[in-house]
Design a protein around this ligand. Sequence first.
Ligand SMILES: [Zn+2]
Length: 266
Amino acid sequence: MVENNWPAIIYFTALAFLTGAAGGSFINCLSWRMVRAECVMKGRSRCPSCGNTLGVLDLIPVFSWIFLRGRCRFCRAAIPFRYLWSETLMGTVAVSLLFRYGLSLKAIFYLIFTFILLGEALIDWEIYEIPDGFHLAAILWWCVYLPYSGEPVTERLTAGLMGGVSIAGGLRLLTTAFDRMLGKESMGGADIKLFFVTGLYLGFPGNLLNLIVSCIMGLILAALSSGQRKEREEPSLIPFAPAIAVGTWFCLLFGKWITSWYAGFF
Ligand SMILES: [Zn+2]
């Protein structure tokens, strides 16, 4: 970033946080409406309880939730906690990408990708499904960025496809074998598609690391939410997209260092 220019660093950090939080707020609202089969682009935001149109002051990411203490200004109905955490999380993601990739096209490219991942994670968490539209959006966004990646397009294209096909293909073979043996579904098809998508962005070594980190995250999330999910219909299935999303974020930040460190052993 701008070396040692503290006012500039503070300005861009704040700008990144607000951009990330605003994007997180939008994706949160979008996925909320998709799950409830509401029109995704229906005009201005309203309170789902009293129907009052929300003003600018109700819609500032993070700050509105805190100042209103998590309640609607009109009817005092509780605003779901996920608004606060998804906005805070995406603000943090944006700042982390800024520090990792600097003020660059690459940082913006990855930020948009993490917005898509947030949508997948939120919907999977609620209904154990990921609409194909999200995968498609991520693939299209990757294609749009290819010519601007700063690397030769064919090289980047091959690396991405290798990363996606190897991990998703390997998982498909493994799960088919396991499912035959156990007689039940071990991993959802949507999760495997998602590993194809993350492979495009991370390449082979990065996506392999992502698989490992996501499995660890999946176990942690399953342990944390076991009490809360007891009454759900399919207790054997855990939504895996949130774990993959966190794993991918981790790999976007540290993947290069870790993979080149373990490549050093061979
Ligand atoms: Zn209200």
